[in-house]
Each structure stands twice: as structure tokens, then as C-alpha cells.
Design a protein around this ligand. Structure first.
Ligand SMILES: [Zn+2]
Length: 322
């Protein structure tokens, strides 16, 4: 339905985008039994705890820099196939460390995947380094310091992900100061699991250009006006929100209300195959579930490019392709 529209994605966790067929091939390669978590080409989980368990188990089948190159290349090729011209991938150097590969080799593998995909289809991509809230403020500072030290032109943003209920945003302010100082674009998960206060917290402490999700800002009309006035861009992931029951159904999802209130919104897929979605499906839902016209959907895409963490030359080149 939206196949002919150009697409961009600002919010997607790399490991969360792992295509099931590739994960199965990887599991066979390493002789890892994933049958409990991957059945008939679909990831299997039934509540938040089992979602995390499934996610971790699937991440285990990607071990080497080449595995990460292949994962990145495969996901970006899938995006390019449905008309995507730009993607930002959320990556965690800590994850590279935890699996024993090392942060540098992990990031190098991902960058190699980006280069291969760009060569094949012209798709542009950048990386957002993320800290994981549930590993505590020191580990998040470590992620920001890693991004600062790496001086990798493909790393253009910094994010805070993980368990939103853990601590307050202020505990993580120093990490964002480090990232801001070296010129990274700032975004932060808020207003998904936690209510409107978490979005206000993010605005007060981090002053981010974008917020990951942010949809529960709808609970506070003054906050919605503040987002509109500031021009803060929300990376909205409707399929993820419904899969995790942030809202019971698409009819009660506030995407359209936020847009009509003047908030700058974009659409992304978050952890697509885990939520039985894809960027293509999110675009289709923008039309079928939210009633946006093609022109309105193009506007969401344009907002995504305007808010992308890229240099101006790349931004203008991307805008020219819409
Ligand atoms: Zn996310």
C-alpha cells in the first residue's frame, strides 16, 4: 500500500532487528538451540520478561564482527527493498564487550555492514550509541565516553535505552553532557513504560532534539504543547507500543492526536521482528490504522530527515529524494 513511498527510520535497535531466517542460520552455524524462542520463522514470547529472554537468546547467535556485518547488511537491504533511503541503528558498545567480542570489533562489524548495504542499494545509515539504563549511570557514562573516543564518522547520536523505571533521568545527565560536548545528536527513551513525567524529566535534564517513543506525553496536555513549542521530534513506534500493551489498540494510540497538536512525529519499528512488525508495516499502518494520506506520510518521512543525525549535505541529498 505504501510500497511506492520513500521511507526513513530513526529508531531501531540493531539486535532487535535480527531477521528470523538469518538468526536461524546463525544458530545452526554455532550449534545453538533456539527452538524454544524461534518457531516457524517467528520469535516466540508471551510477556515482557519472556520477550527480554527471547531477545537475549537470539542476540547470542551473533558473535563475530562478520556476524554483525551480515546482520547490519541484511537488515539494511530489507529496508532498502521497501523504499527506505535512511536508517539510524541503535547500537550498544557494552553489548560487544559483554559477548566477549569487544566494543571496537562490534562497531567495526556494524560499520562494514553499513558500507556493504550502501554500496548495494544506496541506503544511508548512521549509528546511535546507547547506554543501558539498567546497568547503572557509570556504564552509561562509559558508553558516552566510548562514543567520544571512537571518533567514528558513522556514530552521530547518543541514546539512553533499557529499563525506563530504573532511576531518574538526572542520574544519567553526565553521560548526555559528554555526548552533547562532542556534538552527538541526543535522543532518549521516555514516555513508553513510564508516564508523562518521564518525558518532562527528559526535556528538563537532557534537552534532547528527539525522544524515543514519548507517546505517553499525551497524558499531560501542557506537556504536549511544550513538545510542540520546542519542536522536539518523537520517534513513534506504534507496532511496538501495541505489542507491549502501552496502548490496548491502534484506535487508542495517540500518534494522530500528537501530530494534530503540532508535535513533530516520525514512525519507526523499534525491534521489528520481535513485535511482528517491519518498517513497511508501520508505514502501512500509518495509512490503514491512522488514516494518514500519502502526502501526510511523506511529511512524517520529511520530519524524519529533518531530525536525522547527519551532516547538512547528506540531509539535503536525502530531502531531495522524497
Ligand atoms: Zn527503543
Amino acid at each position: 500500500m505504501t510500497s511506492r513511498l520513500k521511507k526513513v527510520e530513526l529508531h531501531c535497535h540493531l539486535e532487535g532487528a535480527a531477521p528470523p531466517a538469518l538468526s536461524l542460520a546463525q544458530a545452526r552455524k554455532y550449534n545453538i538451540d533456539v527452538s524454544e524462542y524461534l518457531k516457524d520463522g517467528t520469535y516466540v514470547w508471551h510477556d515482557f520478561a519472556s520477550f527480554l529472554e527471547c531477545y537475549d537468546k537470539i542476540s547470542e547467535v551473533y558473535k563475530s564482527a562478520e556476524d554483525y556485518a551480515l546482520l547490519t547488511e541484511t537488515y539494511l537491504a530489507e529496508l532498502a527493498d521497501v523504499g527506505s533511503i535512511y536508517s539510524e541503528l541503535i547500537v550498544s558498545p557494552d553489548h560487544g564487550k559483554r559477548i566477549g567480542l569487544g566494543a571496537d570489533a562490534y562497531i567495526e562489524g556494524v560499520c562494514e555492514g553499513i558500507r556493504r548495504a550502501r554500496e548495494a542499494s544506496g541506503i544511508e545509515a548512521r549509528l546511535i550509541v546507547t547506554g543501558e539504563r539498567h546497568f547503572g549511570p557509570d556504564s552509561v557514562v562509559g558508553a558516552a565516553e566510548y562514543a567520544a573516543k571512537a571518533q567514528n564518522p558513522l556514530i552521530t547520536g547518543f541514546n539512553l535505552a533499557g529499563e525506563e523505571r530504573m532511576g531518574r533521568v538526572a542520574d544519567y545527565a553526565r553521560a548526555f553532557d559528554i555526548a552533547r560536548d562532542i556534538g552527538l545528536g541526543l535522543t532518549i527513551h521516555a514516555g513508553e513504560v513510564c508516564g508523562a513525567f518521564s518525558v518532562a524529566d527528559a526535556l528538563d535534564v537532557v534537552r534532547p532534539a528527539r525522544i524515543g517513543h514519548g507517546v505517553r506525553a499525551i497524558e499531560d496536555s501542557a506537556l504536549v504543547s511544550r513538545l510542540a513549542d520546542l519542536g522536539t521530534v518523537l520517534e513513534v513506534c506504534p507496532g511496538s507500543n501495541i505489542a507491549l500493551k502501552v496502548f490496548p489498540d491502534f484506535a487508542s494510540h495517540p500518534l494522530r492526536k500528537l501530530k494534530e497538536a503540532g508535535v513533530r512525529v516520525t514512525i519507526s519499528s523499534d525491534d521489528p521482528p520481535f513485535f511482528h512488525t517491519s518498517l513497511k508495516r508501520e508505514y502501512d499502518l500509518a495509512a490503514s490504522a491512522f488514516g494518514f494520506s500519502d502526502a501526510e506520510i511523506d511529511q512524517l518521512t520529511r520530519t524524519g530527515i529533518e531530525a536525522a543525525f547527519v551532516d547538512e549535505e547528506t540531509r539535503q541529498a536525502l530531502l531531495a529524494r522524497i
